[in-house]
Write a protein that binds this ligand. Structure first.
Ligand code: GTP
Length: 611
């Protein structure tokens, strides 16, 4: 098959809008969702279902389709549906020339599709808009089509939106036709053409990889020029390491081994690559001795949400760390460093691409580690700007400058901000604006998407405001109708302070927070109340305080209890008394002592997991 007959495309769709059904219908028999390497994505799915975000990885798969007597090779390259994975989104879109934008005719456009659409549009992909599920009685194709016109800036004349039912197969033929006619074939680089008997030099773009225990790293490669064959010797442009190609082929959707991968094709390559860290996403592969210009790489993924992770029983740290390491073999976008806390002992500080990513990882970690973990309040990477223009990123409240002006060296602190998109029926607009406002939104704006009163509300918000319970509030205050997504919008100076919590006048490091000055009272009171509820009473009175610098902003007092464990036992039974006292001693061992206060590690679990 000639390169001019290849089409590489992806499907952008909100969860349940019919991506899998369409892929099933149009491309192959059945899609094996349980295929190897997919566990991570099935897990993601669990969290996403709750949150209404789609991120299923179908891996690329290919089919031959005959159209007008000519054979075409169609490659569907899957794209995660959420911008948390924006890096994965851009890397998979980088291997495509077109995208099917699939919208459920009963549900309408959801905010999550918007941001992925923007990425696709920015990359210059040909967008094929499709309305799905028109067979359903509840479908409102005209209304939703109008919504698509205005949301995605589609000129309605002539209307490019295809109306289909992926389930019944109605209109699916037209989708294949549109892929062939509207999506351009991959551009072939003519680099080095003529050498090797008319073939260009092999140049492969590594856009994804997975790991298999027996075969090592499996790389997904989009061939930009030339041909790759089994047995070829290739080299990574990035690491300069050399490999022998052991196997290669296309995904259909199972791996189908082929003799070669030619320019324009997308497929898998296995070689003697042992560690997934050797497969650099965005790397360029070439034949040994045949240098090529590297593909423009990607910005490496940047962690945007950090949290400390600790075992509930501090003796379990080695086991926890091992579980984390094992998981990061398949998810390299998580950054890890060790962290130790006087309150929680040894732990790890993990960096995630976003909150969804964090929730997914946490769930996987609890499964893998097979026990509860303590996760500290999430923080975002703040930027501390010094008067001498130096900058430092701080992602752990412990490292945050105490009171800004004390050293005189800090000019300002900046925090990451995002542009949020919320799509919601108009009756909830007031609630949503209020929600955004209480989360320090600026530059709020809204417009109607269609005549039924669906509204797109956009707002600029600090990322820190949406990493905790924003999403839950959004759902409950819109009776579940709002859909939400956000995109990175850079950094902005902000009046932030570090808040510490003191037990009996001693700070508990694991609980430190970074808050906006305007919220210090409210946050302080909230957390102090929480602590009051969770911390067991002691033999003496314990003040619980929230402090900013040396100013106390909130306080509760835990009253004393007389813990005479033997009080309930009537006289005489000396052995029994002794046994109880010993028991008490045992349980004391597991306690953390902060400011003379005995705190069971579980208390932290309760404090940090209650909202
Ligand atoms: P995930 O697989 O969960 O990521 O969602 P998806 O976007 O891939 O949607 P999927 O293909 O699983 O479809 C979701 C549901 O909608 C399934 O129950 C499908 O049977 C149904 N469905 C998909 N397309 C159509 C359609 O054209 N008409 C009708 N009536 N149902 C459809």
């Amino acid at each position: 098959i000639l390169t001019s007959s290849c089409r590489n495309f992806s499907i952008i769709a909100h969860i349940d809008h019919g991506k899998s059904t369409l892929a099933d219908r149009s491309l192959t028999g059945t899609i094996d969702k349980k295929g190897k390497g997919n566990q991570q994505f099935l897990d993601k799915l669990k969290v996403e279902r709750d949150r209404g975000i789609t991120d299923e990885n179908l891996t690329p798969h290919s089919m031959i389709h005959t159209y007008n007597g000519q054979r075409y090779l169609l490659n569907l390259i899957d794209t995660p549906g959420h911008v948390d994975f924006s890096w994965e989104v851009s890397r998979s879109l980088a291997a495509c020339q077109g995208a099917l934008l699939l919208v459920d005719a009963t549900q309408g456009v959801q905010a999550q599709s918007l941001s992925v659409f923007h990425v696709a549009k920015d990359r210059g992909l040909e967008i094929v808009p499709i309305l799905n599920k028109i067979d359903l009685p509840a479908a409102q194709p005209n209304l939703i089509a109008a919504q698509m016109h205005s949301t995605f800036d589609i000129t309605p004349d002539p209307d490019p939106i295809l109306r289909i039912s992926a389930k019944t197969g109605l209109g699916v033929e037209a989708v294949l036709k549109a892929i062939i006619e509207r999506v351009p074939p991959p551009q072939i680089l003519s680099e080095g053409k003529g050498e090797r008997g008319g073939e260009g030099r092999f140049k492969g773009f590594l856009f994804d990889s997975s790991y298999d225990r027996y075969r090592g790293v499996i790389s997904l490669v989009s061939v930009q020029s030339g041909v790759l064959r089994k047995g070829d010797k290739i080299q990574s442009h990035h690491t300069r390491k050399r490999y022998d190609v052991i196997d290669l082929g296309i995904m259909s959707p199972e791996e189908v081994s082929t003799e070669s991968l030619r320019e324009g094709q997308v497929g898998y390559v296995t070689c003697n690559m042992k560690e997934s860290s050797e497969a650099h996403i965005g790397d360029t592969l070439h034949r040994v001795g045949e240098l090529v210009d590297p593909m423009p790489g990607f910005k490496p993924s940047k962690a945007m949400v950090y949290a400390g992770v600790f075992p509930v029983d501090s003796n379990d740290f080695p086991k926890l760390e091992e579980s984390i390491k094992r998981l990061t073999l398949t998810d390299r976008s998580v950054t890890i460093s060790r962290e130790s806390s006087t309150a929680l002992g040894q732990g790890c500080r993990l960096g995630f691409l976003g909150t969804l990513h964090m929730d997914v990882f946490r769930q996987r970690l609890e499964d893998e580690y097979d026990a509860s973990i303590i996760v500290t309040a999430p923080t975002v990477p703040y930027k501390v700007v010094y008067k001498d223009k130096k900058e430092k990123f701080v992602s752990n409240p412990t490292d945050f400058p105490d009171v800004l002006d004390s050293s005189g060296k800090v000019k300002e602190v900046q925090e990451p901000i995002v542009t949020a998109s919320i799509i919601v029926p108009e009756e909830y607009l007031g609630e949503m604006m209020d929600l955004c406002f209480t989360h320090r939104a600026t530059a709020m704006d809204h417009r109607y998407l269609d005549s039924s009163g669906r509204i797109l509300l956009t707002a600029v918000l600090p990322l820190s405001e949406i990493v905790t319970d924003f999403f839950d509030k959004l759902k409950s205050r819109s009776s579940g109708f709002a859909s939400f997504d956000y995109e990175d919008a850079g950094y902005q100076a902000s009046n932030l302070v570090k808040m510490s919590f003191l037990l009996n006048s001693k700070p508990v490091d694991a609980l430190a927070l970074i808050v906006h000055r305007s919220a210090e009272q409210e946050v302080g009171r909230l957390w102090v109340k929480k602590l009051h509820k969770v911390i067991p009473r002691q033999l003496f009175e314990v003040p619980i305080q929230a402090a900013v610098g040396n100013k106390i902003v909130a306080r509760e007092t835990l009253s004393a209890v007389r813990a005479d464990v033997t009080a309930g036992l009537y006289g005489g039974h000396y052995e029994r008394k002794l046994k109880h006292l010993n028991n008490q001693k045992e349980s004391k061992k597991k306690m953390k002592r902060i400011g003379n206060v005995d705190l069971p590690q579980e208390a932290f679990f309760d404090i940090l997991s209650t909202k």
